[in-house]
Design a protein around this ligand. Structure first.
Ligand SMILES: Nc1ncnc2c1ncn2[C@@H]1O[C@H](COP(=O)(O)OP(=O)(O)OP(=O)(O)O)[C@@H](O)[C@H]1O
Length: 548
């Protein structure tokens, strides 16, 4: 196909507003694409390379302005192009506004125009992307100039947008998925699945065209080609348990996401946006090569550890970016893998296996460095896991549907993240209960109250979680002098000690005298610097409840 025909179609699509019309237009484009099918399935989305491929054109805007300026003639500079861009706001419109030289030259010789084809654009852009080393900037400008020089207005518009990743004609991934389905009469679910495993619109379009539904269903994950990471929503423990009865609970590690591909010999690591970060992370590569028993695709987090505590995740990202002196960077900040999922193990794709099974396979295939996954319906147990995660310096917990499949790229409800509460409250301890068993000599389960305007204290919850044995001993020592009355295991405590408490939600509730209840309260510490008078008022609690 000539690039001009593609540009005409792109211009038509840009004018459409109804999704169904856009899908129809893309369907027509793909149906008539023939040899250019792979490329067109990408170009129409403004993509030059498959999504799994971390190759980029690596063209800065300036380089593109220089190429456009050169094609526009001697009197035009890159600054002029930039000025026009400031005026017009769209690099496509700017490129279209110039008359590029090549075609006039040929026309002058009486020949036809040297039509640029879609395949040529793809080949040239490939060449441009692989240009490396000294002088590569000039070579890139030469290649781009060569392309622009052969374009007419509309072609220039879409070429400029394509190379600067600013296509913006309203064609998203879903549009292309639906168009592939319509163009080649294959079920959209098969296209969707094939896209998830291959992460390659061009390839899926071609397989749909030549092998149909069966071909699509046969597509498998390929070790070495990253898939999109499954994502999480913010979520609450109570909702997760309501939905699933039990949740798979893990620490939410404070690091950066990675996908590790091991083909049995070598490991490659990809970041969340599928950049290849193998070279900057040699210790993770070594670890995985030593500890993986078979080819695998592993999902996890890389954390930077310092004396057993994670460093802020920015430190990990700095390691990801490090290209030179990696050995030195490694000495300064050591990183480690925390694996939590397995997409492929020893020749078998696991995307449709339930989470618990995938995690079991992960433990079999990788010795060490695997997250602890606890499947439980017990809120207290979950609170303890969260307290431990926070104590260890991590971000909170992940709650995962134990039966859920791995859905690449989706931010669904099957993974929920719970980070520590943004708001905390400072409440007065007005009661407690003696513990049982080995905790019999300790006070635990502390009753919490908020201050009212007239100096009273009204209860709004009990906290029993997030407290270590050592802390229980200290708290007992601190509170014992304040015990006012005792009835069996239950004690009344005179206001004197203030706790800082985290929570998930404040609900209206008849259970406590304040008319409110803290859901999922968690002990964060004693506010030695506060007296009951400076603890949080009931008014603030009401405000917080309203704000949710
Ligand atoms: N055990 C775990 N399971 C899944 N993801 C985890 C785990 N520990 C840490 N993470 C990280 O938490 C993220 C889950 O949240 P989300 O999918 O919303 O990503 P995000 O946008 O990077 O969010 P955040 O800034 O909260 O990490 C994952 O992308 C991953 O990087």
């Amino acid at each position: 196909m000539e690039f001009g025909e593609f540009a005409d179609t792109a211009a038509e699509i840009e004018e459409l507003s109804a999704d169904s019309d856009i899908i129809d237009a893309v369907t027509d484009l793909l149906s008539s694409a023939n040899d250019d099918l792979e490329v067109l399935a990408r170009f129409v989305q403004g993509r030059v390379f498959p999504a799994w491929d971390s190759t980029t054109l690596d063209i800065g805007p300036n380089l593109c302005y220089t190429a456009i300026a050169r094609a526009a003639g001697q009197n035009v500079s890159a600054d002029d192009v930039e000025d026009r861009l400031a005026e017009m706001g769209d690099i496509g419109a700017v490129a279209a506004s110039y008359e590029f030289g090549g075609q006039q030259g040929l026309a002058a010789f009486g020949g036809g125009r040297d039509e640029l084809t879609v395949a040529e654009v793809a080949t040239e852009l490939d060449a441009l992307a692989t240009t490396e080393g000294s002088g590569s900037q000039d070579t890139k400008i030469d290649i781009l100039f060569g392309l622009f020089n052969r374009t007419e207005s509309l072609e220039a518009r879409y070429l400029a947008r394509l190379v600067l990743s600013e296509m913006r004609i309203g064609v998203g991934e879903g549009t292309v998925r639906d168009a592939i389905s319509a163009a080649f009469d294959v079920p959209v679910e098969s296209v969707q699945r094939a896209l998830q495993v291959s992460n390659d619109y061009g390839r899926v379009a071609r397989v749909a065209e030549s092998e149909g539904e069966d071909g699509l269903d046969d597509l498998q994950l390929e070790v070495g080609r990253p898939v999109q990471a499954m994502l999480a929503q913010a979520g609450a423990v109570t909702d997760a348990l309501e939905d699933w009865e039990v949740a798979g609970v893990e620490w939410k590690f404070d690091g950066a996401r990675v996908q590790l591909h091991y083909d049995g010999e070598t490991v490659r690591i990809f970041s969340r946006n599928m950049e290849d970060v193998t070279d900057p992370l040699p210790e993770v590569v070594e670890y995985a090569e030593e500890n993986l028993a078979a080819p695998a695709i592993v999902d996890g987090e890389v954390v930077a550890m310092d004396d057993g505590e994670p460093l802020p995740f920015q430190e990990v990202l700095r390691r990801f970016r490090r290209k030179h002196d990696v050995a030195r960077a490694r000495e300064e900040v050591a990183v480690e893998l925390r694996a939590f999922d397995c997409l492929h193990a020893d020749g078998e794709d696991l995307l449709t296996a339930p989470l618990v099974e995938r995690h079991d396979r992960l433990q079999v295939i990788l010795s060490g460095g695997v997250s602890a996954l606890t499947v439980t319906g017990d809120e207290d147990e979950i609170a303890d896991i969260e307290a431990n995660a926070l104590d260890a310096g991590h971000e909170g917990i992940m709650l995962k549907n134990p039966d859920s499949t791995y859905s690449p790229g989706r931010r669904g409800k099957n993974w929920r993240k719970r980070k520590p509460d943004v708001e905390t409250v400072d409440l007065v301890v007005t009661g407690a209960e003696w513990g049982e068993g080995r905790r019999a000599s300790f006070l635990g389960t502390f009753l919490l109250s908020a201050r009212t305007e007239d100096g009273d204290f009204e209860t709004l919850g009990k906290v029993a979680t997030g407290i270590t044995d050592e802390e229980l001993a200290e708290l007992t020592e601190l509170l014992e002098p304040h015990i006012a009355t005792q009835d069996g295991q239950t004690v009344e405590i005179a206001p004197g000690i203030v706790f800082e408490v985290g929570y998930e939600e404040i609900q209206e509730s008849p259970t406590y005298s304040s008319g409110f209840a803290l859901r999922f309260p968690r002990f964060l510490g004693v506010r030695d610097d506060k007296t009951p008078e400076s603890a949080d008022s009931l008014e603030r609690i009401e405000r917080l409840a309203e704000m949710q």
